[in-house]
Write a protein of this length. Structure first.
Length: 277
């Protein structure tokens, strides 16, 4: 909640600085130009016609004075423009480097706009998100968004609604934010954070049976009858935890279990036997 308030305060303060600096700079420069014209006209009428050289020198001096005043205006209101631009830039850069910060930005700025246009499609979309999270506990924001083909703002809005109602829970995992249904058991939640369960456990089992030969993405997908997109998500997660590795020199890499992957697989079998006994 504090993060949302901070982002909103930073954004609107930055926008206000940019608007204030732009308006005041425009007004002041306009006044300076009008003043310069007025003074120039008075100068032309007061100087005698026979002193052309002196008249030209006076006009040049007036122009220099106008340039100096314009320069002081730039210095005076440039600070507001720099502060405002810096605030907006920091928000954009933060969204690129941290998924958690990106979600906070979307909830702070985009969700209020989406919430005003409620319709029957929202319930359908929310149901899709909830069903997918229930089937893939521990999935992170970007993977959920990509698999369901939703926009950033729409995904963040519905996740916020589901979490505020207590239907789902979320937690930080490095730079990622992961989600699971709220009625998940403690053991299941521990397995998710492990993170070996369900599809990932099945992938490890299939790779274990393949031995040193290994299996490609398409081969694993066919054996488990799951989509390549969902399978790729679990493969990348298993690789991130160093449970599997691939032959990087091959155009179609074949995945194999690492020693750590074998150890985790045996531990998962032991837990399954303990729970069933």
């Amino acid at each position: 909640m504090r993060g949302i308030l901070f982002v909103r305060l930073l954004f609107f303060s930055s926008v206000a600085c940019i608007i204030f600096g732009s308006i005041m700079y425009y007004q002041t420069t306009t006044d300076s130009v009008l003043t310069g014209y007025s003074e120039e006209n008075e100068l032309l009428t007061s100087i005698s016609e026979d002193s052309d050289q002196e008249n030209d020198a006076g006009i040049e001096n007036e122009k220099e004075d106008t340039d100096d005043s314009s320069s002081s205006v730039d210095d005076k209101y440039l600070n507001f423009l720099v502060i405002g631009s810096g605030g907006i830039s920091s928000i954009i850069i933060g969204a690129f480097f941290s998924e958690i910060f990106k979600i906070t930005i979307l909830i702070s700025l985009v969700s209020p706009l989406i919430s005003r246009s409620k319709n029957s499609a929202d319930l359908l979309t929310r149901g899709r998100i909830l069903g997918f999270i229930e089937s893939n506990a521990g999935i992170h924001f970007s993977a959920l968004r990509d698999f369901l083909g939703l926009a950033n703002g729409v995904t963040a809005y519905h996740l916020q609604v589901l979490e505020s109602k207590g239907t789902i829970i979320s937690w930080k995992d490095g730079k990622l934010r992961r989600y699971a249904v709220s009625h998940i058991s403690i053991n299941e939640l521990d397995n998710v954070r492990n993170p070996i369960m369900g599809t990932r456990l099945a992938i490890l089992e299939v790779l274990s049976k393949s031995g040193n030969i290994g299996l490609s993405n398409s081969e694993i997908s066919k054996k488990l009858s799951i989509s390549r997109q969902l399978m790729s998500y679990h493969i990348l997660e298993l690789k991130r935890y160093e449970y599997i590795n691939d032959e990087q020199l091959s155009k179609r890499p074949k995945w194999k279990l690492t020693d750590l992957g074998n150890k985790i697989l045996k531990t998962s079998y032991s837990l399954e036997i303990t729970e069933n006994s």
